[in-house]
Design a protein around this ligand. Sequence first.
Ligand SMILES: NC(=O)c1ccc[n+]([C@@H]2O[C@H](COP(=O)([O-])OP(=O)(O)OC[C@H]3O[C@@H](n4cnc5c(N)ncnc54)[C@H](O)[C@@H]3O)[C@@H](O)[C@H]2O)c1
Length: 340
Amino acid sequence: MHYFITGTAGFIGFHLARRLLQDGHRVTGFDGLTPYYNVKLKHMRHAALAQFPSFTPAIAMLEDREKLEAAIAEAQPDVLIHLAAQAGVRYSIENPRSDISSNVDGSWNILEFAERYKVKHLMLASTSSIYGSNPDVPFRETDRADEPLTIYAATKKSMELMAHSYSHLYKLPITAFRFFTVYGPWGRPDMALFKFVKNMLEDQPIEIYGEGKMSRDFTYIDDLVESIVRLSAVIPSEENRVAGDKVETLSHQAPFRVVNIGGGQPVSLMDFVETVERALGQSAKRTMLPMQKGDVPRTFASPDLLLALTGYKPETTLDEGVKAFIEWYLEARADMEIPA
Ligand SMILES: NC(=O)c1ccc[n+]([C@@H]2O[C@H](COP(=O)([O-])OP(=O)(O)OC[C@H]3O[C@@H](n4cnc5c(N)ncnc54)[C@H](O)[C@@H]3O)[C@@H](O)[C@H]2O)c1
């Protein structure tokens, strides 16, 4: 199979592309190498993918319609997995234009070309942030999710809505997955695990927001990739409609479905800090701070639909996942030009 993946120099896209290449597929990896964080790390990821002869990189922005179309036309992919985005809840408060541009304009371009080049399955990365501060947990895909707290969440919800209309108009099969705090080796420098480990190793304090009372449903990267690989074979259609009105989101108007990818095992921020402390064998200097604007108090996935569709749900423990991240970080930090 030929997969066209956007965001392959990013954390999740890199892991997904590597897994598919290892499985013997062809992958075209599209990424604009944006300077949102350490571009060195993005180059390292693409260099690792370039070891596979069946990997073709395409470096351009989603907003560059000519280059995006040329790359998709050249690849003629079976499946298109759209992960490239301006990520980061907090960044979107300071730089909303970046989210609108990448996540709304860029995603619309993807919809246009996925339809024009008749991909068999379009998959889109959405986020648990769109559940906002819903008090009812676990978050189910059938819950109302129309009170976003940030522009980031609003752009992802907009992408889901635009996608539904394309799916209806052009019978384009689309799965939109909602990710829950993904972590692991090659992870993002703007996320808590990377910052905590870096600061602790440099004997700097770590910043703990919301007085440590927030909780997150962490998803280990390999579990996320396994879920996506399995879902890529479940092309939304009436044949695979799951019974039960509490879980299924297959539209009655279109081959369109939303699926949470999360294990349903939320961890409090303080337990998370203690897990990192155990793995590093040292305690952290803690700076306790109030909740930041736009942060949600908790995320908690219902994995029921994912399980029904794929027979699988994320299971890696936080202890195992954090250890794997630290092993990678210690090896990679010199290449990322982070002093030891
Ligand atoms: N990591 C998480 O916990 C998490 C949680 C929820 C949703 N997501 C979503 O998953 C997807 C992947 O996230 P990630 O953690 O790998 O992020 P990432 O920032 O590591 O990767 C995104 C990649 O997209 C590229 N990119 C950004 N804007 C672009 C544009 N306009 N044109 C071309 N390339 C562009 C960047 O260069 C980067 O390499 C994103 O859509 C993100 O919103 C991630």
